[in-house]
Unconditional design. Structure first.
Length: 321
């Protein structure tokens, strides 16, 4: 007796499974871990960068040589001082980088899906540069809001040794810093300097991620999709990220490090625009690019390590899941 097998008439759209939780979470996990790896490698350079940006504050004079600052930290504070604030840096990456790298990929993929034509099975076309830039701006701005408390703690811990002994905060770690900021300045104190932080994150994300994707698309036909393309694209994108974001990073450092005058109780700057005007008057417009080589040596390698780590982790997770 013949048996009749039922035929599935639901069509491919009905049987295709939706994205799993792991596939949705992967861009965020990969982004956060990659940022942590890069931060552990680049932390000493970041310390020197912050110290350089504080040279000239209040009209004070000091050397703007990265080598001098590096040697001075080693001589007066020891080698471990170069990693001061690393715990805050790690927490910042687990919040900020997890959000900015993960959201950029989510936004980019969504924009690609929206760019598809009437054929849903056709591969999505490459995004134009302006859409990549929009995804980078949005992801960077949102992520900066999550990462500002840890970023504020990091800046203050790195800058503490530049203050007179009686003015130092002497935070013992990121949790101590956050709790004391809340106690002494209120909960909103955790977002001091958040406006330039958001501007910096938006400009950096746009310059780094949008340019990186664009460069990889342009280089792939000639160099292939290997590590040569990844390294070249990340170095180029590092240049644009530095050029776009350094003025905002400079303002962010000054605003986050400031503390009230012991006599008047007034802060040096009322906000980002007041800081920009005062710095321009007292130090000149070129002050906003103080430490450019050091900043580049931090951002470009950080971008390269992050992007290489992302590629490696993405491939490894694809094999596991």
């Amino acid at each position: 007796m013949a048996t009749t097998q039922g035929t599935d008439t639901r069509g491919p759209s009905a049987t295709k499974p939706g994205p799993s939780f792991l596939s949705r979470a992967k861009p965020f996990v990969v982004g956060g871990l990659s940022g942590c790896i890069a931060t552990c490698c680049i932390q000493p350079v970041d310390m020197v960068k912050v110290r350089l940006q504080l040279v000239g504050e209040g009209g004070a004079k000091g050397s703007t040589s990265p080598i001098y600052v590096f040697r001075n930290v080693l001589k007066n504070e020891g080698a471990l001082a170069l990693y001061k604030g690393l715990d805050a840096g790690i927490i910042r990456q687990l919040t900020y980088s997890t959000a900015r790298l993960g959201l950029f990929r989510v936004f980019s993929d969504r924009l690609k899906e929206m760019s598809k034509g009437s054929d849903p099975t056709a591969p999505p076309p490459p995004l134009p540069l302006w859409k990549k830039a929009a995804a980078g701006l949005a992801a960077g701005g949102i992520a900066a809001a999550f990462g500002n408390p840890a970023d504020l703690s990091l800046i203050r811990m790195q800058a503490d040794a530049t203050l007179p002994p009686e003015s130092r905060r002497n935070y013992t770690g990121v949790l101590n810093a956050i709790s004391r900021i809340v106690k002494e300045e209120g909960i909103l104190g955790l977002w001091r300097g958040s406006f330039p932080t958001v501007l910096r994150a938006m400009s950096l994300n746009m310059g780094m991620l949008a340019t990186n994707d664009q460069c990889k698309e342009m280089l792939a036909p000639t160099l292939g999709n290997g590590w040569t393309t990844t390294l070249t694209a990340s170095a180029i994108s590092g240049f644009f990220a530095v050029t776009f974001s350094l003025p905002f990073d400079f303002l962010k450092t000054r605003l986050q490090k400031m503390r009230p005058d012991p006599l008047t109780g007034e802060l040096p700057y009322k906000g980002v625009f007041d800081a920009a005007v005062k710095i321009t008057r007292t130090e000149g417009i070129t002050a906003f690019y103080t430490g450019y080589p050091t900043y580049y040596m931090r951002i470009a390698p950080h971008a390269m390590i992050t992007l290489i780590s992302m590629d490696y982790l993405d491939r490894a997770l694809r094999k596991l899941f």
